[in-house]
Design a protein around this ligand. Structure first.
Ligand code: ZN
Ligand code: ZN
Length: 134
């Protein structure tokens, strides 16, 4: 039942929540559920392929995703938000890599685009004009 709650929370989240975002969301209505339980359920659900997981950020952040199909992500360097990038997933990308001499066998790939999200750009713009006025 707690696993279902966790699943529903990820599905109803429009973006790419962190485990803490999901915990905040669930604990509003179910204050008895522990953070550890939610974190554990998130990792089980993503291992089972029921929800997506986005990781490999330099700072070790993990975000979850209601989408489970393969797609690329963008990462805001200012606020850490994760967005979907409108670029079709290249299934042939792995085949394009030359065989590795050290025997490393590539099984899949992931791409994370770094950038600045709209909210952060608007904030910057606003601060920029205020800066000029003052
Ligand atoms: Zn941002
Ligand atoms: Zn996504």
């Amino acid at each position: 039942m707690q696993k279902e709650l966790t699943y529903d929370a990820v599905m109803s989240y429009s973006g790419h929540p962190s485990a803490d975002d999901i915990y905040q969301m669930i604990s509003k209505e179910h204050s008895s559920i522990s953070k550890a339980t939610i974190y554990r359920n998130l990792s089980i659900l993503s291992d089972e392929g029921k929800i997506g997981r986005v990781e490999s950020f330099a700072n070790g952040e993990v975000h979850y995703d209601h989408r489970t199909d393969k797609h690329y992500h963008g990462h805001c360097r200012k606020c850490g938000r994760v967005v979907d990038i409108d670029l079709s997933y290249d299934n042939d990308f792995v085949a394009k890599a030359l065989p590795m001499e050290d025997g490393f066998s590539i099984t899949s790939h992931e791409l994370i685009f770094e950038g600045i999200c709209r909210d952060c750009r608007e904030k910057e713009k606003k601060n920029g004009t205020e800066g000029i006025k003052n």
